[in-house]
Design a protein around this ligand. Structure first.
Ligand SMILES: NC(=O)c1ccc[n+]([C@@H]2O[C@H](COP(=O)([O-])OP(=O)(O)OC[C@H]3O[C@@H](n4cnc5c(N)ncnc54)[C@H](O)[C@@H]3O)[C@@H](O)[C@H]2O)c1
Length: 255
């Protein structure tokens, strides 16, 4: 049986690790061909090779989403390798170490906005240019639950993810009559390497347990949780009428 994303060409930023790797796994399972675009070359290459060894179509391009030229080259590499681009998954991002506003400096704001906001905008801009050539496509953005219900001490990250959700909604309306859908996923805290940042730099089991307890369902969000939601948002059959959503994948956190 053909998968729900059969023959779909998808570029997944941040696909070397965490949620992005989970998205790549779910996409290839559903028949998509995936270009992993990540700043981390060894991890990205390793992920693409693992997918290839499992019999899937996958490739890797080193990409820094905070640089417009790099994103342009990544999309060109995807089109060179697979012939086109159907789905952009703008997932790459960075976390923030918690701190009060008095300790929040400009360099952290710049870092957050360069990767978490400009990175998403650059990816969407390049994707839209491709989609217009072929008459459609869709975009899935990994935002965060923090954009829907902000928490203290992660203000730069919250501001960046809030900006991403506003951007996704505006872009969805701008493209609504062109057959291009744009949706943002809003995960709660995940069981990924990024959790170390949210714990101040190092993972510890007590901290993880606290995060778990703060979620109504008592569990962290997994790469597969986000991957399955991304498949749904990328599938024109299942979510063909959905655009401009900020979709919680959050074990109840944002209710
Ligand atoms: N983990 C969480 O608790 C959580 C919660 C909500 C939302 N998110 C969001 O989910 C997305 C994925 O995070 P994750 O938890 O999988 O983290 P992760 O650290 O496991 O993976 C992030 C990936 O992005 C890549 N990356 C970072 N900067 C990049 C850049 N400039 N260009 C290209 N690639 C870059 C990294 O190399 C890494 O492979 C991020 O946007 C993050 O903000 C994470």
């Amino acid at each position: 049986m053909k998968g729900r994303l059969f023959d779909r060409i998808a570029l997944v930023t941040g696909g070397a690790s965490g949620f992005g790797a989970g998205i790549a796994d779910c996409f290839v399972r559903e028949g998509a061909k995936v270009m992993i675009a990540d700043i981390n070359e060894p991890a990205g290459r390793h992920k693409a090779e693992a997918l290839q060894h499992a019999g899937h179509s996958a490739s890797f391009v080193q990409t820094d989403v905070s640089k417009a030229d790099s994103v342009r080259q990544a999309v060109a590499a995807c089109v060179d390798s697979f012939g086109r681009l159907d789905t952009m998954v703008a997932n790459a991002g960075i976390g923030q170490r918690p701190c009060p506003i008095a300790e929040l400096d400009e360099s952290e704001l710049t870092r957050q906005f360069d990767t978490n906001v400009k990175g998403v905008v650059f990816c969407c801009k390049e994707a839209v240019a491709q989609f217009r050539e072929r008459g459609g496509g869709n975009i899935v953005i990994t935002a965060s639950g923090i954009a829907l219900t902000p928490r203290p001490r992660l203000l730069a990250y919250a501001a960046a993810k809030g900006a991403v959700v506003a951007f996704a909604k505006g872009l969805a309306l701008e493209l609504a009559d062109e057959g291009i859908r744009v949706n943002a996923l809003c995960p709660a805290v995940g069981d990924t390497p990024m959790i170390a940042e949210f714990m101040g730099g190092a993972v510890n089991e007590a901290g993880k347990a606290q995060f778990r307890e703060a979620l109504p369902m008592g569990r962290l969000i997994t790469p597969r949780d986000v991957g399955e939601a991304a498949v749904f948002m990328a599938s024109d059959i299942e979510s063909g009428a959905i655009t401009g959503s900020a979709f919680p994948v959050d074990a109840g956190r944002c209710v």
